[in-house]
Design a protein. Structure first.
Length: 318
């Protein structure tokens, strides 16, 4: 049994009630699980402050980079089945990205140099050399910003790959961590390997086996989606990706929708290392020493805190 003084959790109530009252956040769903189960799950504030709609503990959020561990776990499942080689170059699965160049600044101009090619393993580690729009001020970043539709939520992963093929790498693969579009490229590879879109793949292999019925890139009941409040500085509601009435076509490494109750509930058996019925059909890879299975469990078990790095694999068969 986990030793936990439940009476002290009232402090969480005070913190989040005050944050809502002063307008720092519109609302929140806060969950706490231990190996013994869910010990705290509570909704605060508003699902939509401007509409006066109260938050419920089963409401859905845009989970942003909490998507990355889910995409990584999906990749490891396919690797275990022999369908995905972690040491393979990205171009083996996406030929358009088979001859990427390194962007180098010289005399205020951007030059392209030959480069080694990133691997699937580099995508998982965010060391593939891809960057993102707005991530810096170099000429490579300017080239990314020069493609206005690079982050268009109505594009497909295949269309994204065509755009990235025109852009240089910011770093040589395997040398530097860069929080860029690596997981989006991995999403494109998974769709090629699986022969289906990422929304269906994640639903079939991760979400439904874990009982996460409200988790996916599309939302059947958009009324459950929590909305950001209007920014007091701009007077505009921030654009966080998913737009009600206009669902995305881009199922990528950072756009999953899900609820706190589902994420904490799914994380609980993973924290224990159980193989309860809800986990059947999710086969976790195994390796030597600190096995790949432990890495996947760690990644999924920590979804609720927003892990941005997908996985670290100490060893793999190339």
């Amino acid at each position: 049994m986990t030793s936990l003084d439940l009476s002290r959790l009232v402090r969480l109530d005070t913190v989040f009630e005050q944050a809502v009252a002063v307008g720092d956040i519109p609302g929140a769903v806060v969950g706490l699980t231990t190996a013994d189960g869910t010990v705290y799950l509570k909704a605060f504030g508003y699902r939509d402050r401007e509409a006066g709609i109260a938050m419920r503990d089963d409401d859905i959020f845009r989970t942003a980079s909490m998507t990355k561990p889910v995409v990584a776990a999906t990749a490891l499942l396919l690797a275990e089945e022999g369908r995905l080689q972690l040491g393979a170059p990205v171009g083996q699965y996406l030929p358009e990205l088979g001859n990427l160049k390194l962007g180098v600044e010289a005399d205020g101009k951007l030059a392209l140099e030959p480069s080694s090619q990133p691997t699937v393993f580099d995508l998982l580690r965010q060391t593939a050399g891809f960057t993102n729009v707005g991530a810096g001020t170099s000429l490579v970043h300017a080239a990314y910003a020069g493609i206005a539709s690079l982050r268009d939520h109505q594009q497909t992963n295949a269309e994204l790959v065509t755009k990235l093929a025109r852009l240089p790498l910011l770093y040589r693969p395997g040398t530097t961590f860069e929080y860029g579009m690596s997981m989006d490229v991995l999403a494109a590879i998974l769709e090629v390997v699986a022969g289906t879109d990422l929304n269906r793949l994640v639903g079939d292999r991760i979400a439904r086996p874990l009982g996460m019925t409200g988790t996916g890139f599309l939302l059947a009941d958009e009324a459950r989606l929590a909305e950001p409040q209007i920014d007091r500085r701009t007077g505009v509601r921030p654009d966080l990706g998913y737009q009600k009435g206009r669902p995305p076509r881009w199922f990528r490494g950072g756009a999953l929708l899900g609820g706190d109750g589902e994420l904490t509930g799914a994380g609980q058996p993973l924290q224990r290392g159980d193989d309860r019925p809800s986990l059947r059909g999710v086969h976790l890879p195994r390796s030597h020493g600190r096995g790949q299975d432990r890495v996947v469990l760690d990644a999924l078990g920590e979804l609720e805190v927003g892990a941005g790095v997908a996985a670290y694999l100490p060893c793999f068969d190339g």
